[in-house]
Design a protein around this ligand. Structure first.
Ligand SMILES: Cc1ncc(COP(=O)(O)O)c(C=O)c1O
Length: 325
């Protein structure tokens, strides 16, 4: 089988899977899960013939998938893939681009820039914001929180990237008592010990109670939520934002699924004043129904995000210059 025939075979299997998605049970049967033992074979030097690998993937793997891409799935807040989004992913898989810059992929660069502008437009967030596409709200939230810390320290005359954290002014972090577990994880990876993170009391729906918010200052990162994962509740941004602005605190909004409420006239009031925050995260693979994995880190101060997250190797400039000649 040549390369094209092999890809056609993969496409046939993928189309058959998608074609069955309406009748597929949401969670696989016990038998299908037991059959996964078929993958448990010794590593061999020869491997399988290519087409056999595809067949095995389909025969053993497909029945044991969770059909979150179908209409019978009501588990987590996962989205499905809209057909056009799944199709676009198929095309981009063929491209196999390293989408890190215009040097490695002019197409990806142009598309990401445009998509970023559209995201700001749809969500009605400040047009000067940077939009970075990442794998998850977890990773994008981590990026925004890293930018927040570096920027708050910079405002105090401390260069976090050069001098690290030893001896740095302490940055206070306040999260909702009902913050998503991935915010906790991101903060812990960044070195904010969970015991030192202040927890803002919430009401029965999981919304921060503004009157009970711990004191804010200009060394505070405050994490709010647009869409609490258990209740769907939104923090009262319109009451909290004036307090944060007066204190010059950095406000980050975890809007993994809920931020898209802004695009819906009936739900938009829930997000009143959210645009006054400093950074936001949201997912494509939830309410927007793009394929996994796709999320956005949005930061009003584009420089703050770029400074913390960019990596600029000398070899990348050299090889970019060479490939253009
Ligand atoms: C409110 C909230 N924040 C963050 C996340 C994490 O999203 P991801 O899986 O894209 O990292 C979720 C996932 O359900 C969520 O509901």
């Amino acid at each position: 089988m040549n390369e094209l025939e092999l890809l056609e075979q993969a496409d046939t299997l993928a189309r058959a899977y998608t074609g069955n998605i309406y009748t597929r049970r949401a969670f696989p049967s016990a038998d299908a899960i037991t059959a996964l033992k078929g993958f448990d074979e010794p590593l061999s030097d020869e491997g399988h013939p290519e087409v056999e690998t595809l067949t095995m993937l389909d025969q053993l793997g497909s029945p044991a998938t969770v059909a979150s891409n179908g209409p019978n799935y009501y588990g987590f807040v996962f989205g499905a893939s809209l057909p056009v989004a799944a199709g676009a992913e198929r095309v981009s898989l063929a491209w196999d681009q390293c989408a890190s810059s215009a040097d490695t992929s002019p197409a990806a660069d142009a598309i990401e820039r445009k998509a970023g502008q559209w995201v700001l437009d749809i969500l009605d967030l400040p047009s000067e914001s940077a939009v970075a596409f990442g794998t998850s709200a977890t990773a994008c939230g981590l990026s925004c929180l890293a930018a927040a810390r570096a920027e708050l320290l910079a405002r105090k005359g401390w260069d976090y990237l050069q001098d690290g954290l030893v001896g740095a002014p302490e940055i206070k972090v306040i999260v909702s008592e009902s913050a998503h577990v991935t915010i906790r994880k991101a903060l812990q990876i960044l070195g904010f010990g969970w015991a030192r993170v202040l927890k803002a009391p919430v009401d029965a729906h999981g919304r921060i109670i503004p009157a009970a918010l711990p004191a804010l200052d200009d060394r505070t990162i405050l994490v709010l939520q647009a869409g609490e994962v258990n209740t769907g509740a939104f923090d009262p941004f319109d009451q909290i934002m004036p307090l944060a602005e007066a204190a010059k605190a950095w406000v980050h909004v975890d809007g993994a699924f809920g931020l898209w409420a802004r695009a819906t006239p009936e739900l938009r009031p829930l997000t009143k004043a959210v645009e006054r925050a400093d950074s936001w995260t949201t997912d494509g693979h939830k309410w927007l129904n793009t394929p996994y994995d796709g999320a956005m880190a949005i930061c009003k101060n584009a420089h703050a995000l770029a400074r913390v997250m960019n990596s600029d190797a000398a070899y990348s400039h050299a090889s970019a210059a060479a490939q253009k000649t």
